[in-house]
Design a protein around this ligand. Structure first.
Ligand code: ADP
Ligand code: ADP
Length: 225
């Protein structure tokens, strides 16, 4: 877990202002969802939190530290996007463990973590499958397992369910809630989907035209107390 602090972040693309002075404190372990019309700056904001896009001014801190001060692999951040890309020639085990292999984890620890992550997304029997042998929803769960296997302090998701059909979206909503309850991770989530925002979030941040319009807990809260 880690706090995330956005301190007066601004982002310009050329002379176009994408983000104007957003301040936001996200607590340890909180699930915050960014919503708002297309083009309001949701993706830019989440990319700045990830350290993938540098703010024109202002700072993003994870814990006490400026996110850009650490090399990407040491930031404790995992990300899942709408358009997932699994390695087509690797099985589920190798897709999930890829990030751990890069960090030279030993095999026993890697096996333990992969099994745990696969279990969390309910793919435990499928470690030997190839992506081509799986449904869209299963592949998306592999992408989520690949992110959580690293036990990130911060888990960022940008429309991770957008390509799934309606039924699977509802199913994955429950899964993501379970993941949030199970892992001690701070989550920032981008969606267009009201139902996802309302059911999963501790707080919903509404962006409009590059500004934070309001941030509040959902009115209807389905969370366990
Ligand atoms: P959202 O995710 O809410 O749809 P974005 O963060 O993608 O919004 O975009 C916010 C604004 O910044 C939009 O006006 C968009 O056109 C602009 N923008 C985003 N990325 C770039 C880029 N790489 N170059 C130029 N403009 C960009
Ligand atoms: P490559 O991805 O280079 O073809 P392998 O498929 O042999 O290599 O797997 C790479 C590593 O992942 C090996 O250490 C292998 O034992 C391990 N591995 C692959 N699939 C599984 C699995 N289902 N359960 C446990 N370990 C696996």
């Amino acid at each position: 877990m880690a706090t995330i602090t956005l301190q007066d972040i601004r982002k310009k693309y050329g002379s176009d202002v994408a983000i104007e002075g957003i301040n936001l404190d996200i607590r340890d372990g909180e699930f915050v969802t960014l919503v708002g019309p297309s083009g309001c700056g949701k993706s830019t904001t989440i990319e700045m939190i990830a350290g993938l896009t540098k703010p024109t001014s202002g700072t993003v801190s994870i814990g006490e530290r400026d996110v850009t001060a650490l090399p990407p692999k040491d930031r404790g951040i995992a990300m899942v996007f709408q358009n997932i890309a699994l390695f087509p020639h690797k099985n589920v085990y190798d897709n999930i463990s890829f990030g751990l292999q890069l960090r030279n984890f030993d095999k026993a620890e890697m096996d333990r973590r992969v099994e745990d992550a696969a279990n969390t997304v309910q793919l435990s029997g499928m470690l030997d499958r190839m992506p081509s042998e799986m449904s869209g929803g299963q592949r998306q769960r592999v992408a989520i397992a690949r992110a959580i296997v690293r036990e990130p302090d911060v888990f960022l998701m940008d429309e991770p369910l957008a390509n799934l059909d309606a039924e699977l979206r509802v199913h994955m909503r429950t899964q993501l809630q379970r993941i949030h309850n199970k892992l001690d991770t701070t989550i920032v989530y981008v969606t267009h989907d009201q139902a996802q925002a309302m059911t999963m979030s501790d707080r919903i941040a509404v962006l409009n035209d590059g500004e934070l319009q309001q941030i509040d807990p959902p009115l209807v809260c389905y969370h366990e107390p």
